[in-house]
Structures are given as structure tokens and as C-alpha cells.
Design a protein around this ligand. Sequence first.
Ligand SMILES: Nc1nc2c(ncn2[C@@H]2O[C@H](COP(=O)(O)OP(=O)(O)OP(=O)(O)O)[C@@H](O)[C@H]2O)c(=O)[nH]1
Ligand SMILES: [Mg+2]
Length: 439
Amino acid sequence: MNSLSLRESRPERPERGCITLIVFSLPFDLKCGCTATVQFLVRMKRCLLRFDPKYLVSTFVLSTKLRIETPTTVSRLTSTVPSAIAVLEINGPSALDYAKRCWRPNQGDNNLQINAIRFGFTRCDGLEQGESIVICRTGECRVEIHCHGGRMASDAILRKLVLCGALEQPANLGRFVRSTDEIAFEAQQDLLLATTLRTTSILLDQFRGSLGLELDTIKSMMIAGNTAEAIRRLTQLNARAELGRHLIEPWQVVLAGPPNSGKSSLLNMLLGYSRAIVHEQAGTTRDLLEERSSFDGWPIELVDGAGIRTAMDAIEATGIEQTLQRIATADCTLLLVDRATGWTQTHDQILNHCSGSVVLVNTKSDLTRVGDHERLNSIPDSITMRVDTSSVTGDGVKELMNSVVSILVPQPLLPGHPVPFRQRHRDMIKDLIRRAADR
Ligand SMILES: Nc1nc2c(ncn2[C@@H]2O[C@H](COP(=O)(O)OP(=O)(O)OP(=O)(O)O)[C@@H](O)[C@H]2O)c(=O)[nH]1
Ligand SMILES: [Mg+2]
């Protein structure tokens, strides 16, 4: 009779999340139908299956139930940037069980009623003292854990949940978005990663509909045949694409110059704290130093590296090579000229590597020496943006920051302005421009 033996893998107790699979293998498609079915079943993980292929030719109708386990996942709903509170969500058939294994109630039993907020302590390695947590079962198979927002606490709980068997995966924040607007959803995701007030408020504008509304208006204009105005607005949007790209990803600003020109001193001055070693010995910096900051609310990554010269050894040569590579891809290079040496062949060499904008920085302005004027006169006219700075007095540093911002963000941006902030938006705008131009 039915010689294909399938043993049902039963959960210890009935749980939601089990998928019932009913397989019918019909007599008229016997051989190939059964083979395909068995191959399919074999591929199913955790399915206890015993069969002998020689029985596949038998006539039978097979009906069985298989349990395919839906994984229980854990996701961090809050940003990875340390903050006051972190929220982890456990989702899936074992959510309740896993939550109870890393939580101890402050009083009463450990039952979790749906939507009841419970207070308690962690039961995790590294947090044995019991970090305070708030726990809430938000659904049949969903639990939220609210803990201290530092990475140590949230990571320890996350680790414990993974040890229990939960699968760590990125949060699906889509269901928290009230609007069905895709742009609003994207803005909400990026808001988690915004690091300055300025970029946060720009993303908030997009979340509230600035970009979505503008794109809708442009599309209506195109349908109505007002192509010229549509193209004008699209071009305006396109001009903000670079800005939108850097709301999360900082602009790369590299400090470059010969050794001893004052790069590390200026880096420290721009950051407002002593990050790099400064020394009168030429060739002090070798490794690349990358530090994130912001100029007037715009995210900037400052890069300091080896001074450019003929290397004294292999280590310095590697450092110089790395610096030149960063100059080649930088959004903006600060080209430092020490007033004592003026413009040299090294500066020409650096300039040849620059693909982004260049700001010429005459350093050590507090030291005025005879001949300064002539030395600085030899600077090529092609570099129009020039600033004098002193890392001793701080003179010119603010002006330098303003100059960089004026290069990176040439057009003023007013509150509520639409900004394309994802590659998808930039592609969409390019596509609309193409379509408008074809009309
Ligand atoms: N008076 C004065 N001295 C400065 C200024 N900037 C840098 N210096 C001095 O110049 C020397 C070199 O400064 P660094 O900042 O280390 O120069 P660098 O370009 O990073 O040098 P390398 O790392 O060797 O490539 C140090 O002795 C600094 O104190 C400045 O604005 N004024
Ligand atoms: Mg240095």
C-alpha cells in the first residue's frame, strides 16, 4: 500500500507560524509527480523523511502534514548610534519563550499579556547585575524589549537572543510608517542615521512630503504639456542631488601638502580637539587619519595623511600613496602652502591628483616673514579660493570652513525645499528629464 513513509515533524506544542503542507501525488502522473514531490520534500530542512525510491511506482495518494518552521527573528528598531533608549523586537513563534529567557520581572510572574507593559531586569551574560528593561508583548508572537541605549546593553541582549536561536535581521520599519508614501518611508529610515540637526530637518521635510509633492507636481505638469516648467523644476531638483547624497554620507575633505605644512595642526583646529600628533619633525603623520565632523551642520569627513615628498622609506611611501589616492577621490582638497616655503613642485604634483574642488590654505599666518609676499605670488591663478589660517591663533579657520561649505553647498537651501536623497530618486529625476526632453 502506501510505502512511501513520511513521518510528521510535530512541534512540541501547537504554535502559530507552522505551515501545513498537503501533498497529493496523483496516480496519472505517478512516477514523475512523486519524484518531484520527494525531491521537494528532501530539500525541506527539519523534515523527517524516510523513503525507499523503489516504492515510488506504487499507486497511492499521499496526504501528510509537514511542519516548516518560521524563524523567530530579532531586529534592532532604533538606530545603531548610541542613544538614551534602544528597542529590540523579537518576532516569530518562539518570541515569547526567547523574551522570557533574557528577562526577569521586578515582581509577579513572567506572563506577558498582549499590550501590557512590564518592568524588569536582564538575564544576560555581561549584564548579570540586571540592567533595567521594559518589555511589552505587542502581538501574539511579537515582543519589544526597551533597554539602555548604549551599545553594550543592547548588544548583550541581542547576543543572548541569538544564542537562544533567534535570527538577527534588519528591522522592517515599513509597518511603522503611517503614510504609504515610499519616499516618506525612505526618509524615516535615513532619519535614523542623520547626525546633525540640519540634515535631520531636511530629511524631516522630505518625510512630510516635500519631495513627493514636488515630483507629483512635475508629473502633472508633464501630463498637462507644461514641459518647459517641468524641466526647469527637474533641473533644480537635480542640482540638489549631490547635497541629498551627503545627508548621511559625509563629504570627503582631504588635507594635503608637503610635510610640515601644518596639516595635522589644522585638522586639530577644525575638529576642535587634539586628534593628530603635531611635531616639528617633517614626516610625523604616516597613516591616514579619518575623523567625522560637521561644518555649519553639513556632515564632513576630514582626512589627514602623510605629507607628499620623495619617501624616506617603504612605510612612508605607502602612506604617501594612500594620501594621493584619497586626494583623487575627495570632494574637496585643502591644499596647504606654508608661507615659509611658498608654492613648490610638490603642490603641482598634488594639484594634478585632485579631481574635486580645491581650496588653497596659506598656513602659519601668525608667522610673517620677509619674502612671504613673493613666495605666495607664485601660486597659480587657477586656484581662486584662498584662505590664510593660523593654527596657533585660530585666525582664518572659521573662514576656511565657510569657504568649504560654499563650495560643497553652492545653492542655499530653504526649509521645506525638496531634496532627492536616495539613488532611486536621482534615477527617477534623470528618467523624468529624459522623458520631458523627448516630448
Ligand atoms: N606658528 C605656527 N606653527 C604652526 C602652525 N601650524 C603648524 N605649525 C607648526 O609646524 C610644525 C608642523 O606641524 P604639523 O601640523 O605636524 O604639520 P604636518 O603637515 O602635519 O606635518 P607632517 O605630518 O610631518 O606631514 C609643528 O611644529 C607645528 O607646531 C601655525 O599655524 N603657526
Ligand atoms: Mg601631520
